[in-house]
Design a protein around this ligand. Structure first.
Ligand code: KE4
Length: 426
């Protein structure tokens, strides 16, 4: 089934770490050979061995209107024929900035960059520059890209001081990152009380997507907003995954809580290297050349990526979001029925068109809960689905995504396959 992929992996490993350009693609947590992909269309991807899969990774979120959407492809072909990058301002960038500002509440001023990592690392720089403070609070299980300030593991529980969780990250950097627990507002209040006047920002995924899909519980986001207001702390919503995915205005609009700064990625670039950070006029005017906080990028806002982002956002109408919601509901209800019928020790979370099936009976509320999942059985399920032509994220700690191309027929097929795969692994 994977002969050509196996050969390509052996060759790739000679010239690239793990044979991949991003670690999660190497299947290290689920084992086995990652299929090398040849092409994708709509809800499907096809590997070099000719295996065709229903895709729930969608390049980790961007392909919300399906792979190779004809209108996106045509627009990008025209754009690239006019030149791929000028290193100079273009009208297209204004149009995308205006589209983003029109959608996300409070995203009045926007800067386009090339990756979610770049957006997140700059957002905390803006917060530090604007407040003159050094420390940030992040949440265990939330991922904001690979810049040093975020590659921090939980230190000794008591102090919750961060420690580097990657060689190359200095203790000097780690000491300025404090760790709280998602959905545990008391863990945030303690850090704020213990670091009065030193915290520049709280950054979080308003809906976690990097420890599986974990929604905020109760009034967690409102309370976070209040703590930041009371203490002059910049609240940053990392909506790289949720932005324009869980609704037109992302999680901020869905939950009615407006952050001071946003980061966006994935959907906003339509599958091209494009991301953004955005926020209030007051905060964003700190960014060069208006202000002293420096950030720059050779390919920032390049016309081809901006075209893909614009075309994608313009396809995401209110009706389309309703369709995505209905598809998500159909999938979710079907899986919950399978769990009940089979009395499986499984649980689920879904927000709009992002979802997770957790190999633990109680729906998790934080990263520790997800760590208690039966990872071995998840891995067996992953491969049972892959062999049956369903491509899930290769980790229990990732979310699944739907696109406008995942129609009822595909959902019903996936539900059938899920029932079969669960019978096999339990
Ligand atoms: P990038 O630098 O990978 O474009 O974005 C980093 C990032 C920031 N914030 C959130 C909420 C994210 O989910 C991400 C990237 N997400 C992962 C998947 N969970 C990307 C996949 C990968 O690392 O290969």
């Amino acid at each position: 089934m994977f002969e050509k992929s196996e050969k390509l992996l052996a060759r790739a490993q000679k010239t690239m770490p793990g044979g991949v350009n991003s670690p999660v693609r190497a299947f290290t947590s689920v084992g086995g050979t990652p299929p090398f992909i040849e092409s994708a269309d709509g809800a499907y991807i096809t590997d070099v061995d000719g295996n065709r899969y229903i895709d729930f990774v969608l390049s980790w979120g961007p392909a919300i209107v399906g792979h190779a959407h004809p209108e996106v492809v045509a627009a990008c072909q025209k754009a690239v024929a006019r030149g791929s990058s000028f290193g100079a301002p273009t009208e297209l960038e204004i149009e995308l900035a205006e589209e983003i500002a029109d959608r996300a509440p409070g995203a009045d001023v926007v800067r386009l960059v090339c990756s979610g990592t770049e957006a997140c690392m700059t957002a905390i720089r803006v917060a530090r520059g604007a407040t003159g403070r050094d420390k940030i609070i992040k949440f265990e299980g939330c991922y904001h890209g690979h810049s040093d300030s975020f590659l921090i593991a939980a230190g000794s529980g008591a102090t919750t001081l961060g420690v580097p969780n990657s060689p190359g990250v200095t203790r000097g950097t780690a000491k300025d990152t404090l760790l709280a627990q998602f959905n545990d507002i008391a863990s945030v209040q303690r850090l704020v009380d213990d670091n009065k006047g030193d915290i520049a920002a709280v950054i979080l995924e308003p809906i976690c997507g990097n420890t599986g899909c974990l929604p905020p519980q109760g009034s967690f986001l409102e309370k976070l907003r209040a703590i930041c207001d009371d203490n002059g702390i910049v609240l940053i919503f990392d909506e790289v995954m949720t932005g324009f995915r869980v609704g037109r205005g992302g999680a901020a609009q869905r939950y009615g809580v407006t952050p001071d700064l946003y980061t966006f990625g994935k959907v906003v670039g339509g599958g091209f290297p494009l991301a953004a950070y955005a926020g209030s006029d007051e905060l964003m005017r700190h960014v060069a050349p208006d202000g002293p906080v420096y950030q720059a990028g050779t390919l920032s806002g390049n016309p081809v990526a901006v075209t893909a982002g614009l075309e994608t956002l313009r396809l995401l109408t209110a009706d389309v979001y309703e369709d995505l919601e209905n598809t998500g509901q159909r999938l979710h209800a079907g899986i919950q029925e399978i769990i009940a019928d089979g009395d499986y020790p499984l649980s689920t979370h879904r927000v709009g068109s992002m979802f997770s099936l957790f190999f633990t009976p109680m729906p998790p509320t934080d990263h520790d809960d997800v760590k208690s999942c039966d990872i071995d059985r998840f891995n067996k399920f992953f491969h049972a689905m892959l062999r049956r032509g369903v491509y899930l994220a290769p980790s229990q700690f990732e979310a699944g995504f739907l696109s406008t191309a995942h129609d009822d027929e595909i959902i019903d097929k996936v539900l059938e396959t899920t029932a079969e795969a669960l019978r096999e692994v339990f």
